[in-house]
Ligand binder design. Structure first.
Ligand code: IFM
Length: 449
């Protein structure tokens, strides 16, 4: 009899709907579902910025593309806000463009200021709360003319810009990011030389990182004093990656992977906790500096997570190699899709900063066919859920990105959007994954097999 029952049951299994075995992962109450963008990548016509000038250099951008009108968000704020509403998100992370509100030193563009004020009004009318980034890769050209990050007055100028934003544009916004991906900006601009100001000078990179932290302190204090009414929080959006040795048996690969983890992931991110920037990579960079007022100026830990790197030291070429294993699943930019890394990174943040709230300020995939985005979302959100159940204080998830946009050196080819953008007529079309994400956000939960 027992045997017969077992046979009958196993015959039934294929006939049952998948959902019969689905598990529901529910996120904490008040979890913030969010989408993220950056001004230069979507607004268009950022004519007074360093990237606008930089894009003119032959070879700077793939196929010599230029940001141009980008996704024309400047003229489509209402339309794009309704797209967010359809995604059921309650929060929108976007950046204010310094070059647009202060195109020349001390000359404020009131129309641009009004534009951002209206954007915030439009968002709130749809129940969406802004999360503001003050610097997302771009600087006004007048700042560059003075020496960019190395200009001694840089922190002071950044403070003035912050003051304008916090007093006139967003006096009552709760969550602020001063700098997006500090390590990417400085590594790209001063070591690899593939972003403005296009330098190859690691000493200058150290000075630039220090200036960024000094500017952060000024900005942090100002936001806190001007914005007393709300529970204001200020932090960074750090770009963290998983580094692993390519050859598990090779001690040099292990050493390099762990050095990179220390230098890339944690040196800058830990500085606001200790008040001191300690960054050391043999033969490349060495900074050890106390920064006045820095200690205690990171109210939350913002994290952008995308991928993992396999690290190897090639003795024949005598150089460090970064690779992706042939069998790995990759996105359109050939970045490995590695959800376990998201879990590991969130766990590590919690271990290092146990009392800190975590905001996932970016996570997403370049996938022009939308072939993997749904699976990417399921696996990454499950990884995040697992970290939360094990104690990680994750309070928000911002998907990168709302729309297809200008992907810096890669131009327009990579498609990160939940909405596809047709750059000929600027028509937006939801991808299948947009519907999926909107359901997750609506239910505040995820079904997994
Ligand atoms: O598009 C970028 C964004 O500007 C910063 N974080 C990574 C994204 C994808 O490369």
């Amino acid at each position: 009899m027992k045997f017969l029952f077992l046979i009958l049951f196993s015959l039934l299994i294929p006939a049952l709907p998948n959902s019969a075995f689905a598990k529901v992962l529910t996120f904490p109450a008040n979890f913030k579902w969010c989408v993220a963008t950056a001004a230069h990548q979507i607004e268009g016509d950022n004519i007074n910025s360093d990237w606008w000038a930089f894009e003119k250099n032959p070879g700077a951008i793939k196929n010599n593309e230029k940001s141009g009108k980008a996704s024309d968000h400047w003229n489509r704020v209402e339309e794009d806000t309704l797209l967010m509403k359809d995604l059921n998100v309650k929060s929108y992370r976007f950046s204010i463009e310094w070059a647009k509100i202060e195109p020349l030193e001390g000359q404020w563009n009131q129309a641009a200021i009004e534009h951002y004020k209206n954007e915030i009004k439009t968002l709130r009318a749809q129940g969406i709360e802004p999360m503001i980034t003050l610097h997302h890769f771009t600087l006004p050209t007048w700042v560059v003319a003075k020496g960019s990050w190395e200009w001694t007055e840089f922190p002071k100028a950044f403070k003035k810009y912050t003051e304008k934003v916090v007093t006139e544009i967003a006096p009552d916004v709760q969550d602020w990011i001063t700098f997006n991906e500090p390590m990417v900006v400085i590594f790209g601009g001063y070591i690899a030389g593939v972003m403005p100001p296009r330098r190859n000078d690691s000493k200058a990179a150290g000075r630039a990182l220090t200036a960024m932290l000094q500017a952060h302190v000024q900005s942090y204090n100002l936001i806190h004093t001007q914005n007393k009414k709300t529970m204001v929080r200020v932090g960074f959006a750090h770009h963290l990656r998983v580094f692993e040795p390519t050859q598990w048996f090779n001690p040099v690969d292990w050493l390099l992977a762990s050095q990179l983890d220390k230098a890339w992931n944690w040196a800058f991110a830990t500085a606001p906790e200790t008040g001191r920037l300690q960054l050391y990579v043999p033969f490349l960079i060495s900074v050890d500096q106390d920064i006045e007022g820095l200690k205690g100026t990171q109210d939350f830990f913002g994290v952008n997570y995308y991928t993992r790197d396999h690290i190897h030291f090639s003795l024949t070429k005598f150089e460090l190699e970064r690779s992706v294993p042939a069998e790995a699943q990759v996105n359109d930019l050939k970045w490995e899709i590695y959800p376990e890394g998201f879990y590991l990174i969130l766990k590590e943040i919690s271990k290092r900063f146990p009392s800190k709230d975590i905001l996932v300020t970016e996570n997403g995939i370049a996938d022009h066919r939308d072939a993997f985005r749904k699976v990417f979302l399921t696996s990454h959100l499950s990884a995040m859920h697992r970290a939360i159940t094990e104690g990680a204080r994750v309070q928000a998830y911002c998907h990168w990105s709302l729309l297809d946009n200008f992907e810096w050196n890669e131009g327009f080819a990579p498609r990160f959007g939940l909405y596809e953008v047709n750059y000929t007529n600027q028509k937006r079309t939801p991808r299948g994954s947009a519907l999926y994400f909107s359901e997750v956000a609506k239910k505040n939960s995820l079904e997994v097999e």
